[in-house]
Design a protein. Structure first.
Lengths: 165, 437
């Protein structure tokens, strides 16, 4: 045995391999018969998400079905991953609205700054994580897609006090 | 004396030897049907044992295991098999192809061949003649098993060598050393059984264990059974003897280079070996197809019902041992190489050699004073002797000697030196306020 190996002082005369094995087998048998399993049956059963979970985005809408976004440009400015593409437009009444609003979910780091900075409480990160797609293009969510998402949103925003007053 | 014992045992059990069927055509047809039925049950059994292993290991680890494919995941192995057939077969550029392809087959065939001689039911006296419930009821059945079982190592060694991979080669080397070492104990541990049966035919060994009471060999040769079981674990390369595979040290050992169905073949071979070893344990030590406490299954009329009941019963015994295999696997850690060798050569071999002498002496002595091996007094005396020996072995001998830590091989002087060094290092680490974690 090379020098440098730690040599423990075990009661070698008292230890028995057979008895240790039998007690180990009793333990495994106890677990075998134990009906309490830790596995979560995923598609049917889901782990409860934290209310502050930051997942894929969602754009909230007004009562008449339009996006709440006023194209102020704060979210593309604050976004550290530069994943939001916004082209503002203006209608005949002088109201601003997004002509183009796209979020690249591949670039997004889910920091939630867009939700925090939004003055209209329009863009949100959601409590949602099942986002598989067949193509990379599918991960660039346009305005229509963001508006049609229905999952609950992250609760760093309190729905009872939307403006944070 | 052996012939005498055999005669006496046969009379005492009230079992008569049945003649084989008269017509060759019936024999041929019966054998073909037996092969088909047994092969089907065996392959489906292997599939289900793989499923059972995964489920049981999951339960032991508080998980659920495969439960999606089919009811309770029963078809998981089918899905895996289909996947493995679809997968690409890779051939390492430096591998020696003929042996590389042959090795999985060679590891699988011995396990399958062994089943040819295992009797799996009471003989059926049909209107076409007596049909023996073993595919090949060889008079030298047991020797056949020993010789075939020793072929099992070739598959693994050749797989390790032909892969041309250092980890595979190490796995193959280890397995050759391990399997050859434990084969000796395995062969020796069956000698007490052969002494009691007075014959090497498995049919006779089962008949000898039949009787009105419990005449199973496990009671009269307990230590032989324990040694046989440990050797069987080593022969099937199961934990704690999975050194040839040793995924944490040797990647996957001898089958590191195998993919798709050839890997599957090794996998199937492992479970086939487990089932064969279990069937051997039940045949040699647990009465084979015999129902205990009754002679119903051993005496005429030999109906189909008796055959089916005993057929079910040997499977119950076999599956119980399969469960023990799985249970032990998910309990014990792997042996170190020197522990493996020490256990095989320095413990099991001397013990079983001594035990052969003890059983032979006891049989001779009891026979001389008038208790023949089929009588209940013989069983009781042997059982009492075994209990005493077991207590001595596991209570007194097994004190850090069976499987010992590495430092137990050091002498006292060197051990003290190492411990002094250890303490000095601990002191200096404490002095400098840190040191290696």
């Amino acid at each position: 045995m090379p020098i440098g190996v730690k040599v423990l002082e075990r009661p070698i005369d008292k230890s028995s391999y057979v008895r240790a094995t039998l007690s180990g087998m009793a333990l495994t048998l106890k677990h075998l018969l134990d009906t309490d399993k830790v596995t979560i049956q995923y598609p049917e059963q889901k782990w409860p998400l934290s209310p502050r979970w930051r997942g894929t985005h969602r754009m909230l809408t007004t009562e008449d079905g339009k996006a709440k976004c006023v194209a102020c440009g704060l979210c593309p400015t604050v976004c550290p991953a530069n994943c939001i593409k916004l082209v503002p437009g203006e209608d005949e009444n002088g109201n601003r609205y997004p002509l183009l609003f796209e979020i690249d979910e591949f670039r997004c780091i889910f920091c939630g700054y867009c939700q925090e900075v939004c003055p209209e409480e329009a863009i949100h990160v959601g409590r949602h994580y099942e986002n598989s797609e067949y193509s990379r293009e599918g991960f660039v969510y346009d305005l229509e897609r963001l508006m049609s998402q229905t999952h609950p949103v992250c609760e760093m925003w309190d729905p009872a006090d939307p403006k944070g007053e | 004396m052996i012939a005498l014992l055999q005669q006496v045992a046969a009379q005492a059990n009230g079992i008569e030897h049945l003649p084989p069927p008269e017509s060759g055509g019936v024999w041929f047809l019966a054998t073909a049907i037996k092969i088909l039925v047994l092969f089907t049950i065996y392959m489906v059994g292997v599939m289900l044992v793989i499923w059972a292993e995964r489920r049981i290991c999951a339960f032991i680890q508080d998980r659920r295991g495969p439960n999606r494919v089919g009811p309770h995941g029963l078809l998981q192995s089918v899905a895996d098999g289909v996947k493995n057939i679809m997968k690409e077969e890779t051939y390492p550029a430096q591998a020696y192809l003929p042996l590389f392809v042959l090795a999985p087959v060679m590891s699988f065939m011995p396990a399958l061949l062994t089943w040819a001689v295992i009797p799996y039911g009471a003989p059926w006296v049909s209107k076409w003649g007596t049909i023996d419930m073993a595919i090949a009821p060889l008079p030298i059945g047991f020797l056949f098993i020993l010789s075939i079982a020793s072929l099992g190592v070739y598959g693994i060694v050749l797989a390790g060598w032909s892969s041309n991979n250092k980890y595979s080669l190490l796995g193959g080397l280890r397995s050759s050393a391990q399997m050859i070492s434990y084969e000796i104990s395995m062969g020796m541990s069956t000698i007490p059984v052969l002494i009691l049966a007075g014959n090497v035919s498995l049919g006779r060994i089962v008949e000898q264990q039949a009787g009105r009471g419990l005449h199973w060999n496990v009671l009269s040769c307990t230590i032989a059974f324990v040694v046989f079981m440990v050797a069987a674990f080593a022969e099937t390369n199961r934990v704690p003897f999975d050194l040839p595979e040793a995924e944490s040290e040797l990647v996957a050992g001898y089958h590191a280079e195998y993919s798709a169905m050839k890997f599957s073949m090794f996998f199937i071979a492992e479970y086939a070996n487990v089932m064969t070893a279990s069937a051997l344990m039940s045949t040699l030590f647990f009465g084979g197809w015999d129902l205990p406490f009754t002679l119903w299954d051993n005496v005429a009329p030999h109906t189909l019902l008796k055959t089916l009941v005993t057929f079910g019963f040997i499977w119950v015994k076999t599956l119980f041992f399969v469960f023990v295999f799985i249970w032990v696997r998910w309990t014990l850690p792997r042996f170190r190489y020197d522990q493996l060798m020490a256990l095989g050569w320095k413990f099991m071999l001397p013990v079983i050699l001594g035990y052969v002498v003890v059983v032979a002496g006891a049989t001779l002595a009891l026979d001389t004073i008038g208790f023949h091996p089929a009588s209940w007094q013989f069983s009781v005396i042997m059982l009492a002797m075994n209990i005493v020996l077991l207590v001595i072995l596991f209570g007194v001998v097994d004190r850090g000697r069976l499987v010992s830590p590495a430092y137990s091989r050091l002498d006292k002087r060197n051990l003290d030196k190492l411990r002094r060094l250890d303490r000095a290092r601990a002191r200096s680490a404490a002095f400098t306020g840190g040191g290696p974690a």
